[in-house]
Design a binder for this molecule. Structure first.
Ligand code: ATP
Ligand code: LTN
Length: 335
């Protein structure tokens, strides 16, 4: 009997920095898609702790952040029976391929990266070489797993484009070694803005804590932060150009409830911003309440967490080493 051929599922890769908490921006822009995509794709996810040290970290706090982020992502719904979820620094191939890719990326293209420009502005006292070559490490993350799709928020699109250029350049010299990845950016929630300055993206490294919602904030804090969110004086719940504050809240409400713009405008017609902000807070809370409950269950089970991240690092290493070996052979290293 002829053996039936099933198409190989596509590979999805993404990572997040364990640089503090997880914000509503991370959740709506990236994580919720990771969770949904697990059903369809072979998914590999990482905590990008090597990326995190491009900004100075306090050792004890960093250890706590990494462990909490690992537990939090499982609480969000990462299913370890379906995907691989590891800590980047546990898989040595990432640092090694990153060095190699540094030699195939041009100074000019790295200098054009918006994130590098922003972060150098914000950390003038520590514009280190790692911050500059950050995209080469990100390219290594992606290319080691022959990833087809990269679910990310809009701010990371430029880095995935650079990854494609590096991969194409490398393949042009040595033949088809790397798969060329595509960014996967959802239509809603791809750029959640700061609640205090809606012209900037919501970012966990923003010093103003009222600017972002952590998915571990309690209900009271969430109500207060949305209550204080910067809007405008027109007080009409309608999406329109130039009104970044209200547009952002509408987009958050839409992501959290699944309602479209028309439905939202009708629901809040004749009602002021106070009522709307309270509804946004409620909708967000109903989304994250169960995540917090699950997080509390697993964060204290250190042996369980350790078993998970060790096993997953081993699985990831197996795949990564395979690609790294191929790359080194092509370049001419004696392996
Ligand atoms: P940092 O402030 O430390 O740079 P960050 O909050 O920007 O961190 P990352 O770890 O860099 O978070 O990003 C993780 C994922 O979340 C990425 O896919 C990124 O595109 C997405 N993301 C981050 N901020 C937002 C946002 N405001 N809106 C939508 N997606 C976002
Ligand atoms: N730079 C990313 C985090 C990240 C990432 C990756 C995302 C590191 N490696 C690989 C997608 C694919 C950020 O979100 N700031």
């Amino acid at each position: 009997m002829e053996e039936k051929q099933y198409p190989k599922p596509k590979t999805m890769f993404s990572a997040i920095q364990p640089s503090g908490t997880i914000t509503l921006g991370n959740y709506l822009g990236a994580l919720r898609h990771w969770i949904n995509l697990q059903k369809e794709y072979f998914c590999i996810f990482a905590l990008a702790d090597l990326h995190t040290i491009t900004v100075r970290q306090e050792p004890l706090k960093m250890r706590k952040n990494v462990l909490e982020a690992y537990a939090l992502l499982i609480a969000c719904g990462i299913d370890l029976d379906k995907c691989i979820f590891f800590i980047q620094s546990h898989v040595k191939a990432h640092s090694e391929l990153a060095w190699i890719l540094n030699c195939y990326a041009q100074f000019g293209e790295l200098a054009r990266m918006t994130q590098f420009k922003d972060k150098s502005q914000n950390h003038k006292d520590n514009i280190n070489a790692g911050l500059f070559s950050y995209p080469c490490l990100m390219a290594a993350d992606i290319l080691l797993y022959k990833s087809d799709f990269i679910p990310i928020g809009a701010d990371q699109k430029q880095h995935v484009e650079l990854t494609r250029n590096i991969a194409e350049r490398f393949n042009g010299i040595y033949g088809e070694v790397f798969s060329i990845p595509e960014p996967y950016i959802a239509k809603t929630g791809a750029k959640i803005m700061s609640l205090q300055d809606p012209s900037k993206k919501m970012s966990k490294s923003d010093k103003n804590k009222n600017a972002w919602i952590s998915i571990l904030d309690n209900k009271d804090a969430i109500i207060k932060k949305f209550g204080r969110a910067i809007t405008d004086s027109e007080a009409i719940v309608r999406s329109r150009e130039g009104k970044d504050g209200i547009n952002n809240l509408i987009s958050i409400y839409s992501c959290a409830t699944g309602k479209n713009l028309d439905e939202i405008e009708e629901e809040f017609s004749g009602k002021g911003y106070g009522t709307f902000k309270a509804a946004v807070a409620e909708a967000v809370w109903s989304h994250i309440e169960h995540i917090q409950n699950r997080f509390k269950e697993i964060i204290d089970d250190k042996p369980y967490l350790e078993k998970c991240y060790r096993e997953n690092a081993e699985k990831a290493s197996y795949l990564a080493e395979n690609t790294l070996k191929k790359v080194k052979k092509k370049i001419g290293f004696i392996i």
